[in-house]
Design a protein around this ligand. Structure first.
Ligand code: URP
Ligand code: ZN
Ligand code: ZN
Ligand code: ZN
Length: 507
């Protein structure tokens, strides 16, 4: 017996909805347009105990379960954000969003899983990983970790192995910038790439030439340019292009896949396209700020306004964002992150008078899904199926958890959003859920509103209200050897055989 009453914003509740346990264990989403990366259909979704049990049209259920009327709404996999920094110590500060506030914000914006960057503690990977798991004990949604590698020695190599084999880490980030802090040398990067390949783990790079950035910064300070505009002037896109090219070529030398995080410029994009055209397995991740904004915001005469846009690599001059959007729409870039890394205006103020001290990072975890819908789908650049691919499915595939995540099919986790294409929302730091006093998208009104978020079968966001509690999020183990590693051994064998082929030397 399905009872349907009390329509509120597309949600129909049965009369027993006060019983949270009942509504959380069994749920029927009725009559929506189900969108997966490969197909779109009008159907119902039946969920039990956090798992999708059936996706079929006109389903009949005879128990008293909660029904969500999704007619006129897109029903899509919850977003997966591949790039966040919650509770991260960085540039003398700690990011203002922790694992509860950041994840609550994510859920309010339709993201149901993220992969955060765990930093080593004084270079110690295992200690850093443990600290991050401790921070994540207040999680309210599913999460995974990438691990950063910031130096090289035998201990780092054996810790990487342990993290992959026992702890569910399948990606490592190497910073080619932040000299004197997180940056690795080419030699360290090369060793890291070799180890990643040996473990079936994906190597990721922050691609900027860190030595040249320091030179650029000194140049700006010597010229008396100390404000936030000095940040982007000091690290132009050629430095991103150079490092992207270098990392790609080193990954090619090792024959291991490479993932370039926060691709912000045409120069970096061109290197990725060239490598992909030659058959190299390179993934490019633009972030929302790089797609949506241009660097004019960094020239705002009000320091507090301009400083909130300071991130690295910097937001580029107009034109780069349009090229990134085009590349995303044609599959040359594969998925979108946020690089969510929030600092309050008081934290950003540490760089008043010296842009080098402004902690780098912007918000986005709550805004990503809405901005991408408005920017890419409403403009006709991509279809709803593409939207699912770039916000969820591709991430699940690259980090080897598909189709448990990233799809609305029987057996998958019930991480689902309902988007009303006709409703609008306006972004403001006064109403957002992130624990930061500014928003880089302040005042933006976007068409296409995520009205309901379901996290593992539980309705956690509806009618503008969050229903989340700390400790309910699960750690998702990310297994090694994603599809990106398939067949690499054959390429290696062919290379080795070519070396063994008889040679004829002339005297
Ligand atoms: O400015 C940024 N991107 N802050 C976070 C650290 C990083 O490089 O990803
Ligand atoms: Zn609605
Ligand atoms: Zn980075
Ligand atoms: Zn980042």
């Amino acid at each position: 017996l399905v009872r349907a009453q009390d329509h509120v914003c597309g949600v129909t509740k049965n009369s027993c909805s006060a019983s949270d346990s009942l509504s959380s264990t069994r749920l029927l989403i009725k009559g929506g347009t189900i969108v997966n990366a490969d197909r779109q259909e009008i159907a119902d979704v039946y969920i039990e105990d956090g798992i999708i049990k059936a996706v079929e049209p006109n389903m009949k259920v005879f128990d008293e379960i909660r029904v969500i009327d999704a007619a006129g709404h897109y029903v899509m996999p919850g977003g997966i954000d591949p790039h966040t920094h919650l509770a991260m110590p960085f540039m003398g500060q700690v990011t203002s969003d922790d694992f509860f506030s950041g994840q609550a914000a994510a859920l309010a914006g339709g993201t149901t899983m993220h992969i955060d960057f765990a930093l080593p503690s004084d270079g110690d990977l295992l200690a850093g990983y443990k600290q991050y798991q401790e921070k994540a004990s207040k999680a309210c949604m599913d999460y995974g970790f990438h691990m950063a590698v910031t130096k090289w020695n035998d201990r780092v190599a054996s810790d990487m192995e342990m993290l992959v084999k026992d702890e569910g880490i399948n990606s490592f980030k190497f910073f080619m910038a932040y000299k004197g802090a997180l940056m690795v040398t080419d030699e360290e990067l090369l060793q890291g790439l070799k180890k990643c390949k040996e473990l079936g783990a994906l190597a990721q790079v922050h691609a900027e030439n860190g030595d040249a950035v320091v030179e650029g910064q000194t140049r700006m300070i010597e010229m008396g340019i100390t404000g936030p505009e000095g940040h982007c002037l000091s690290r132009p896109s050629i430095l991103e292009g150079e490092a992207t090219s270098r990392a790609i070529r080193l990954a090619s030398f090792v024959n291991t896949p490479l993932y370039v995080v926060h691709v912000m410029s045409i120069e970096a994009l061109e290197e990725i396209i060239r490598a992909r055209q030659s058959g190299q397995r390179v993934i490019g991740e633009p972030v929302v700020s790089g797609l949506a904004l241009d660097d004019s915001v960094l020239w705002d005469p009000d320091f507090d306004v301009a400083a909130k846009y300071v991130m690295s690599p910097p937001i580029r001059p107009a034109g780069h964002n349009m090229a990134l959007r085009a590349a995303l729409s044609t599959g040359l870039l594969q998925l979108v992150g946020t690089d969510h890394c929030t600092f309050n205006s008081t934290q950003k103020a540490a760089g008043k008078g010296d842009f080098r001290k402004i902690p780098n990072g912007v918000n986005g975890i709550e805004e990503r899904m809405h901005i991408l819908w408005d920017l890419m789908v409403n403009s006709g650049k991509i279809t709803p199926m593409d939207y699912v691919r770039i916000t969820s499915t591709a991430c699940a595939q690259i980090f080897n958890i598909y189709p448990r995540k990233g799809a609305i099919i029987p057996g998958a986790d019930a991480d689902i959003i309902l988007l009303n294409p006709n409703a609008t929302s306006t972004i403001s730091s006064k109403t957002h859920h992130s624990n930061v006093d500014t928003n880089i998208y302040e005042g933006w009104t976007l068409k296409g509103k995520i009205e309901v978020t379901i996290s593992r079968g539980r309705v956690v966001w509806e009618n503008g209200v969050l229903n989340v509690f700390p400790g309910s999020g699960r750690y998702i183990h990310l297994p090694p050897y994603s599809y990106l590693f398939d067949g690499l051994d054959k390429i290696d064998s062919a290379y080795l055989s070519s070396l063994k082929a008889p040679r004829h030397y002339s005297k």
